[in-house]
Design a binder for this molecule. Sequence first.
Ligand SMILES: [Ca+2]
Length: 397
Amino acid sequence: MAPVKKIIVGCSVLMVALSVVLANDVPFVDYRQVKKTDEEPVAAINTSKVEADKNTVSSAPEAVTESQPRVVPKDKDAVPEQITSPLGVSMKLKFHDEFDGVLDADGQRYVDRSKWLTTFWQGDSERSLWEGNKEVGLYVDKDFPSVLPREERVNPFSFEKSGVLTINATKFTPKQREAYVAAGKSLGKWYWKDLPYASGLLVSDGKFTFTYGYVEARLKLLANRGAWPAFWMLPNHDGKHPWPPEIDILEFFGHRPTTFTSHIILPKGEKVPGWKITWYGGQDKQVDANGKKVQTWATLRDKKDLFLTEDFHTWAVEWNEKEMAFFFDGKELARGDISGCPSLHKPMYLLINLAIGGRWFSDESWQLGQHVGPADVDEASMPWKMECDYVRVYQAD
Ligand SMILES: [Ca+2]
């Protein structure tokens, strides 16, 4: 349990730190009040307007280049077995899911269980909640809670479009909520809570881990207040799950559909030269015996005139012995020297999830530690839908 507790507490800190970074200079954008015009198509990417703000790593380019070719074509029928990575390395396909789903025993298309867990912790099929973030939704699956009849379980996964997995966030009916609470009590699991919403996540822990390579996901995000979709990586090596590090290839907030973050979280003492370091501690009780802050992170953030929720986009990271670089729609956002970060040179696994609420942002000011609870969640717009086209991992030949 210790590593579990550690990672849970840590992830809660993550989001507080995120709030700190974003609090000072990001004006609140209410997407409902932003007008679309013919002159300014919201889905268009005007890369000339991409600019590094003061939180962006100093090593990042101030503007991404137009000439950089797309690395992975979006056509699911043309998955390249070999690529030249953005950093110029010849790589082969090592893991991918095109999200066509697999036919389950009940005849329904479902998540490929050979590639993904739908729970947070390997070996515990009933783990359904990322407690430390104070999220207000359970991660559910049609396989659990095992004490509930299958027909009473909520399935957050659907394949409404060919080759696209949809993660659905919904509100429990009163009957469902009562059943899930009773199931949690029956199982005696501390992490089952009486929460109003259900959602889903994918975790490759125990299925696929890797050290170094290029990983890209093509996702369609959602502009719903309280939605917190993410594509990220955590370590698993020698059966251990230390935290940090954490590689957040994408974090996004449904009420701010023009902004996302890509960042890493590092243990104390590890740095990426030139990347912004945010120390945090006290408020989260993440302090050591001497009262020193024990975590640090480097962060970068892109800001552009783009509604991220109106089409699919790709987020990617390339990672080798020396460098880590983040990419959005094939364009480099930032690159840093990670040779001084021992924690980033060990196997990681993938996660994709649609969180609901949590202690990560405030509605308008991203204030430190503010909790987004059920009252802040736009449940009238549920079901929310996060769409996943593919995840592909390449590694050097
Ligand atoms: Ca696909």
